[in-house]
Design a protein around this ligand. Structure first.
Ligand code: MLT
Length: 205
């Protein structure tokens, strides 16, 4: 059932496997809290799924932060939304008695997850970033202290230039993340290789 009892409208699917960390599912532009539930179930069977809806509307389409144009972000809004989302995660953990989640974000959802890693990494146990780009001009302020991150980029992604994905990768490593970065023969959309790599990585974390 979708609920808006916390700051974000969200779904919570309780976990059935106590050895699995919860997943924080973060959808792409125009998605909602139901979008990534099938993906979460497929890549982490038995994990609790916490799936908020982005609180920003762009022509009626939910997102996790405002942008000025394609790939040009309203960074003041990014910062504000990072704190809102991190605070939501803390409140949801308390309400539902969840361990710190691994974020699983796609596109705009991957970008807000990358921004959380820049500003509030303690909200997450790690992250899978699917087609993420650099979310903020300034590099991370916090040390990531070995936080595990899987970054999957597409070599033919028309939204995320290869240089941008490489810059994000270098930043995360520079901040101390334990990063696995794969550039797949893909565009912005997900492929079977994304699912296979994500499933294998989540089984190890
Ligand atoms: C963004 O705005 O976060 C990125 O351009 C990805 C997208 O949502 O299209």
């Amino acid at each position: 059932m979708t609920t808006d009892a916390l700051s974000h409208v969200h779904r919570l699917v309780p976990g059935t496997d106590p050895n699995r960390r919860p997943l924080l599912l973060l959808h792409g532009t125009g998605g909602d809290e139901t979008d990534l539930l099938p993906l979460g179930r497929a890549v982490a069977p038995g994990a609790a799924l916490l799936s908020p809806r982005g609180a920003v509307l762009e022509h009626g389409r939910p997102r996790f932060f405002r942008r000025l144009a394609e790939g040009i972000f309203d960074e003041a809004d990014v910062r504000r939304r990072v704190h809102d989302l991190a605070d939501f995660v803390l409140a949801a953990r308390e309400r539902y008695r969840l361990d710190a989640p691994l974020a699983l974000g796609f596109s705009n959802g991957a970008n807000i997850a990358a921004a959380v890693l820049h500003l509030r990494p303690e909200a997450l146990a790690g992250a899978v970033l699917l087609r993420a780009m650099v979310p903020l001009t300034e590099p991370p302020v916090a040390r990531l202290d070995g936080l595990p991150v899987l970054l999957l980029s597409g070599s033919a992604d028309p939204i995320v230039p290869a240089e941008n994905a490489a810059r994000l990768s270098a930043r995360l490593v520079g901040a101390g993340a334990t990063l696995e970065h794969h550039v797949l023969p893909a565009g912005h959309g997900l492929t079977q290789a994304d699912l296979d790599l994500t499933t294998a990585w989540l089984a190890r974390h």
